[in-house]
Design a protein around this ligand. Structure first.
Ligand code: 3PG
Ligand code: MG
Length: 419
């Protein structure tokens, strides 16, 4: 059933506790933490602007990184408060704690339309432990709970699940924010009965990360296109040689089962027909973990299903890219999750960018609905400057995958149904 949303609420003069996913990438520059991608903050603006316009007293809580109960200064949300104020064009109060007297007093002093951001909830171990007493403290004084943190909805934590229970128990409403609503619509409803042909593109390093999604989508898709290092585990399953490519030998049986299920269901399951390969060479430079940095040298097209013993597959090849683009051009619904190769390195990004271009073309020219399931594929689209040319891009990583697998997300289950 659809969830109650922030649009269904009367929030005037009420204290609304909002959970946002402000877990944004940051970098240290001249001793200061700087946000390098504010997408998740920007995507929450419609919910916050609606609450402000309707005269709610808005208290926002969020997590940043994984401080594991420590007050790690590099994981403070203070820079997010500044960015949020900038984007909203109005002051955003910030308190360096998410519970306690200072947080409570500041929240009490809010006027309708005011916004307060609380410090990182993960400075307390009780957050991830979903401690009921901690949830009570977070929920203190709140009339309504709005969850816009789709990216964190797969976590049953105090700020995503515990507070909802506390507020619902005392008769307060718990509703989805506008971003949460959109995520559930595009990754959920839209894929229930997709316009056909429905083409699913799955990449990334590991079969183990994606097998749940593959299994579920084999029930819906007309065609599944595989890329990324996950390819080589499928190739192992087919008895092919993978050279030095990244593989999961213990997932060969899982890969075989997926291939068989595809056959049985009449789903076209496509694996790359060629690859870009490179020779990995150990250098004497060390990485952050003190391990030798491996350089990928001598990149070339390997026009065979077998990869030579000394080489590693790093991207799909040009024939595969053309074949995949052709299938994508015929699609009416497209779901894409995971890059085709090591797209962070320009020499191995061509396959991912070719797929991105094909997805955009299918969207613009054929009216296909294109849904990008979060994580690295979103990063790749941004890198290719195509981010605004698809139908929907998820802000979730792990949450998108779990949701696409058909799992119930605790942060979603905690919200009231509409009707
Ligand atoms: C994410 O970025 O994946 C979400 O914000 C959740 O964070 P987590 O993976 O540390 O729980
Ligand atoms: Mg995560």
């Amino acid at each position: 059933m659809a969830k109650l949303t922030v649009k269904d609420l009367n929030v005037r003069g009420k204290r609304v506790l909002v959970r946002a996913d402000f877990n944004v990438p940051m970098e240290e520059k001249d001793g200061q933490m700087v946000i390098t991608d504010a997408t998740r903050i920007e995507e929450t603006l419609p919910t916050l602007e609606l609450l402000i316009k309707q005269g709610a007293k808005v208290v926002v809580m969020a997590h940043l990184g994984r401080p594991k109960g420590q007050r790690d200064a590099t994981l403070s949300l203070r820079p997010v408060a500044a960015k949020l104020a900038d984007l909203l064009g109005r002051p955003v109060a910030f308190v360096d704690d998410c519970i306690g007297e200072k947080a409570e007093k500041t929240a009490e002093a809010l006027q309708p339309g005011d916004v307060l951001l609380l410090e990182n909830v993960r400075y307390y171990n009780e957050e991830e432990a979903n401690d009921p007493a901690f949830a009570e403290k977070l929920a203190k004084g709140a009339d309504i709970y709005v969850d816009d943190a789709f990216g964190a909805a797969h976590r049953a934590h105090a700020s995503t699940e515990g507070v909802a229970k506390v507020i619902a128990k005392r008769g307060g409403l718990c509703a989805a924010g506008l971003l949460m609503e959109r995520e559930l619509k595009f990754l959920g409803e839209e894929l229930e009965n997709p316009a056909k042909p429905f083409v699913v593109i799955l990449g990334g390093a590991k079969v183990s990360d994606k097998i749940g999604v593959i299994d579920r989508l084999l029930e819906k898709a007309d065609c599944i296109l595989i890329g990324g290092a996950m390819t080589y585990t499928f190739r192992l399953a087919l008895g092919l040689k993978v050279g030095k490519s990244l593989v999961e030998p213990d997932k060969v049986e899982v890969a075989k089962a997926a291939l068989e299920k595809a056959k049985a269901r009449g789903v076209k399951f496509m694996l790359p027909v060629d690859n870009i390969v490179a020779t990995p060479v150990k250098t004497d430079k060390l990485n952050k973990k003190g391990k030798p940095i491996i350089e990928l040298t001598n990149p070339r097209v390997n026009d065979s299903l077998n990869i030579p013993d000394t080489e590693e597959g790093v991207d799909i090849g040009p024939k595969t890219a053309a074949e995949y683009a052709n299938v994508i051009h015929g699609a009416k619904t497209i779901l894409w999750n995971g890059p085709m190769g090591i797209f962070e390195m320009p020499a191995f990004a061509k396959g991912t960018f070719a797929v991105a271009a094909a997805v955009v073309e299918a969207t613009q020219k054929n009216g296909a609905k294109s849904i990008i399931g979060g994580g690295d594929s979103v990063k790749a689209l941004h890198q290719a400057k195509l981010g605004d040319k698809v139908t929907f891009m998820s802000t979730g990583g792990g949450a998108s995958l779990e949701f696409l697998e058909g799992k119930v997300l605790p942060g979603v289950a905690a919200l009231a149904d509409n009707g």
